[in-house]
Write a protein of this length. Structure first.
Length: 258
């Protein structure tokens, strides 16, 4: 059975749960593969409006399972295959066409912190702690993940986290911008945070997400035409007509994504 669970409280929302609590939700190769495949499948779900990523048992994700990776460390083809699953997973989370919200309790460390950074928002409870420990392991943090960390925390905090490998707590993560919102119950707060997005026009969100992510990466010119195409689709969409009617009738619009 997979260690990645998908819950659908209703069609518009998917809750993806990393379910390896005995390992503090550290991911082995199969779990990395399965998590990436889940996000790839969800990308094709037309009914979906938002995704919450969380972990079972009071932990978000303690990163890569060091024992599992150690088993392939001295086998270059196996090590590369393992690494490819990790990179494919990160890419699949980043490529989600709908907002992705991390609901974080406990450790969000290493690969777990990177997963949280790949989400659009991070809602944390007061047990949450974040860290990127490559400097303590003699490794190098990937350049694109470093860019996400700098964007989320600012250059000073990013350098501190990368140079020392130190963990920061929930309050400090909120203060520097790594955490979007602090709550007593991260999952419940993430659901509430998603509610207004579930009611928004999907084409509008898809275009905004594409443009925001490209702007953060300094490649807005690369997606300008794709954003314009989404704009053309929106201009002729039923959702635009519904939004106009709802505004005139002073009611909440009901968007369907086309």
């Amino acid at each position: 059975m997979s260690d990645i669970l998908v819950q659908r409280p209703f069609n518009a929302l998917a809750i993806v749960v990393i379910n390896r609590p005995s390992r503090r939700n550290a991911l082995n190769e199969a779990a990395w593969r399965d998590l990436g495949q889940v996000f790839t499948r969800l990308r094709e779900d037309a009914a979906l409006r938002a995704i919450i990523l969380t972990g079972a048992g009071g932990a978000f994700c303690a990163g890569d399972d060091i024992l599992a990776f150690a088993a392939v460390r001295d086998d270059p083809p196996a090590r590369q295959a393992y690494w490819d699953h990790i990179m494919a997973c990160y890419a699949a989370v980043s490529a989600a066409r709908v907002p992705v919200i991390a609901a974080v309790s406990g450790p969000s460390v290493g690969g777990g912190c990177t997963l949280a950074l790949r989400c659009d928002f991070r809602i944390a409870d007061r047990t949450a702690r974040f860290g990127v420990p490559p400097a303590k392991l003699g490794l190098v943090y990937p350049a694109d993940s470093t860019q996400l960390l700098v964007s989320a925390t600012g250059i000073g905090m990013a350098k501190r986290m990368l140079y020392t490998g130190a963990l920061i707590g929930a309050e400090e993560a909120l203060a520097c911008g790594l955490v979007t919102e602090l709550a007593d119950d991260a999952l419940a707060a993430a659901k509430a945070f998603a509610e207004p997005m579930l009611a928004s026009a999907p084409l509008s969100i898809a275009a905004a997400k594409l443009a925001c992510d490209a702007a953060m990466a300094g490649r807005i010119s690369e997606v300008a035409e794709e954003v314009m195409e989404l704009s053309r689709r929106a201009d002729s969409s039923e959702d635009y007509r519904e939004g106009t009617r709802a505004f005139a009738e002073k009611r909440v619009p009901h968007f369907v994504g086309r």
